[in-house]
Design a protein around this ligand. Structure first.
Ligand code: PEP
Ligand code: MN
Length: 337
């Protein structure tokens, strides 16, 4: 249930109502927008029938939330959420560019990509230290050693680090090194993991599952939000369809769709979305045109030798050449890069 307060409601009104709701056993989330404050009360709403709040002088209206996701919904927050990741802000006029290898393979390789993508204009370095591989015999990632290389690259370049967490048992470890914790497509419905990152105070990049609907993605985001972590960024990374010439089908309509349903920022991962480096530049441009708040792009110094996702990784020079084109397009749609 959403309690919309009147314009000019005071802090003591907000605190008083929040306390009343908490005493009734409801979880309270306060969202202070530009114009007015909204209080979300989550729990058994029938309790409120006995304690009507409408009579409170600071309350304008009370709305039930009929959708299965509440805190993620536009009803809860009309303004776009801005998520700060270090010195970077995601969800504002600037399109965030996150680039780097699929997996952290070596210190030298990672530093080479980090320096190059920084020079090209990216704000974030991506790279998996824990890799969700289809085969248990494929490279599984360097683990903490990989996280250390990411931290070293951040130290040198100032890039913010985005890296995947696969297992709740590694939450503390990954949290120590990452600026933005990625939850991969295969774990979108791992509710134990979602609750765990919900307890952290670190922004989360939540990827859409391989066969998940947008509604299911938003419900997974709700798991994180309802634990108190409000810094969730959604990522469309392609979904399974009957098409076989691309690895997945990149659902760009998800961008305006999600924007209508939710206040959370949306990032596009064209690399996993299509699985082919030759199609990635066009999808980056299209993502910005569609209103995406960021891009997650795989870049490798030598894609032919990459241990994972080489065919979809851009070479450094491809990424460098793409950047000015992205910048020009962003300007046309009122964004910056
Ligand atoms: C990745 O970003 O490296 C990755 C494994 O992505 P996804 O979870 O979308 O497959
Ligand atoms: Mn990959």
């Amino acid at each position: 249930m959403i309690i919309v307060l009147k314009q000019g409601a005071s802090q003591s009104d907000i605190d008083g109502i929040s306390e009343k709701l908490q005493n009734l056993g409801l979880k309270v989330h306060v969202s202070q927008g530009e114009e007015r404050t909204i209080i979300g009360a989550i729990g058994d709403e029938r309790i409120l029938r006995e304690t009507p709040l409408e009579a409170h002088p600071a309350v304008e209206k009370i709305l039930p939330i009929l959708k299965p996701f509440k805190l993620a919904s536009r009803d809860f927050r009309a303004d776009d959420s801005l998520i700060s990741v270090g010195d970077q802000v995601i969800g504002g006029p600037k399109v965030a560019v996150m680039a780097g290898p699929c997996a952290v393979e070596s210190r030298e390789g990672l530093l080479t990509v980090a320096r190059a993508v920084k020079k090209a204009g990216a704000g974030f370095l991506r790279g998996g230290a824990f890799k969700p591989r289809s085969s248990p015999y494929s490279f599984q990632g360097l683990g903490e050693e990989g996280l250390k290389y990411l931290a070293e690259a951040r130290e040198e370049t100032g890039l913010r680090v985005v890296t995947e967490l696969m297992d709740p048992r590694d939450a503390e470890l990954v949290n120590r090194y990452a600026d933005l914790i990625q939850i991969g497509a295969r774990n979108m419905s791992n509710f134990t993991l979602l609750k765990e990152v919900g307890k952290l105070r670190k922004p989360v990049l939540l990827k859409r599952g391989l066969s998940a609907t947008v509604k299911e993605l938003l419900m997974s985001a709700e798991y994180i939000l309802s634990e108190g972590n409000h810094d969730v960024i959604l990522c469309e990374r392609g979904i399974r369809t009957f098409e076989t010439d691309t690895r997945n089908t990149l659902d760009l309509s998800a961008v305006p769709l999600i924007k209508g349903m939710s206040h959370l920022p949306v990032v596009i991962d064209p690399s996993h979305g299509v699985g082919r480096a030759d199609l990635v530049p066009a999808m980056c441009l299209a993502a910005i045109a569609a209103g995406a708040d960021g891009l997650l792009v795989e870049v490798h110094p030598n894609p032919q030798e990459a241990v994972s996702d080489g065919p979809q990784s851009l070479r450094i020079e491809d990424f460098r050449e793409l950047f000015p084109r992205l910048r020009s397009l962003a300007e046309v749609v009122g964004r910056a890069l």
